[in-house]
Design a protein around this ligand. Structure first.
Ligand SMILES: [Zn+2]
Ligand SMILES: [Zn+2]
Length: 340
């Protein structure tokens, strides 16, 4: 099969890659769509670790092309989406239900070969069957949505609350929609890029603000009446975390979602934290949220179409990784799909 193999920092080669035989309880997936995520770019640039050489891509959907197990729930020809995070089930974290902390955690597209290829071999426990008429491109959003759901759970959003989403990339645009579904009354998207603010507004944000605008804080205080319940940081750098903390008021919960580079630190005034009872919460991966993510997507309650900025073929993958222009989500697609 053809695969995009990361051979070293900033070095992806499209090559003929031998497919191994299926082992017990594995599926061969003919990959349809695979989203390009910030984590892929971090790995590509050497800012996050992985097991090089590797086929990246952890946000993918496809069709079951072969199976080794007797699992009756999965058949050749089924449309599926893959949960890339594989926990061991027997370490002390897994046994306490904290599978996102698994000591032996593996991830397709991070430590095991993933979805930037024609085919991918996955344990059948990681495949979620989709309705026959559901778009495989939209299904590739199940992983990012499942991670967002973890953050939404950790934020404990209650009906009527005011929520600020910092950052209007894919995650921010999903968070805008998910916080509304979770009962937030006022959702404010803070994002410097105009078209992302416009998109956020279209997708349900009640207010959109540019943090670089001169009267930003004035407008923010007018809207929130200095009473913000939740701030969700969806960028992953120290500037965005500083901004998020500066928007917190009395009793605010600040959720850190974006993965910042290893060398980013912040300094916080401790009296400010204590006197305002500000809670800093973080969110890691997608423990037990993948099923709900698939349910939400296939119900049609999330608007996914406008999030897909551009689709590329596997051959064009280098141009995606070497391009830093401001878009929302790129997908790598194999052009067989709806024919199957
Ligand atoms: Zn991702
Ligand atoms: Zn474990």
């Amino acid at each position: 099969m053809k695969a995009a193999v990361l051979k070293g920092i900033k070095n992806i080669v499209i090559e003929e890659y031998p497919l191994r035989k299926l082992e017990k309880e594995e599926l061969l997936i003919k990959v349809a769509s695979c989203g390009v995520c910030g984590t892929d770019k971090h790995i590509f640039e050497g800012k996050a670790s992985s097991s090089i050489p590797i086929i990246l891509g952890h946000e993918y959907s496809g069709i079951v092309a072969d199976k080794s197990s007797s699992n009756q729930k999965l058949s050749v020809g089924d449309k599926v989406v893959i949960d890339p995070n594989i926990h061991c089930g027997y370490c002390s974290y897994c046994r306490r239900g904290q599978v996102n902390f698994c000591s032996n955690l593996k991830a397709l597209g991070v430590t095991l070969n993933g979805g930037f290829a024609e085919y991918s071999i996955v344990p059948d426990s990681q495949a979620f069957v989709l309705p026959k008429d559901y778009s495989l491109d939209y299904a590739a959003f199940a992983e990012p949505v499942s991670c967002c759901l973890r953050a939404i759970d950790n934020a404990s959003i209650k009906s009527g609350e005011t929520v600020v989403v910092v950052g209007g990339g894919t995650i921010g645009q999903l968070m805008v929609q998910l916080t509304k579904i979770s009962g937030a009354l006022k959702v404010i998207l803070v994002e410097p890029v105009k078209f992302k603010r416009e998109l956020g507004f279209k997708l349900g944000a009640d207010y959109v603000l540019d943090p670089n605008e001169e009267k930003f804080i004035e407008h923010y205080n007018e809207i929130t009446k200095i009473d913000t319940d939740v701030i969700i940081e969806c960028v992953g750098n120290k500037e965005a975390v500083d901004l998020s903390l500066s928007l917190a008021g009395k009793g605010s919960r600040v959720v850190l979602f974006g993965l910042a580079p290893k060398d980013h630190f912040i300094s916080v005034n401790l009296q400010y934290l204590l006197l305002n009872e500000i809670k800093i919460i973080s969110s890691l991966l997608n423990p037990y949220t993948f099923n709900n993510s698939v349910e939400l997507l296939t119900s049609g309650r999330l608007d996914i179409k406008p999030l897909i900025s551009k689709q590329f073929s596997l051959r064009e993958i280098n141009s995606v990784f070497n391009n830093n222009s401001n878009i929302v989500k790129c997908q790598i697609i194999n052009n067989f799909k709806e024919a199957a």
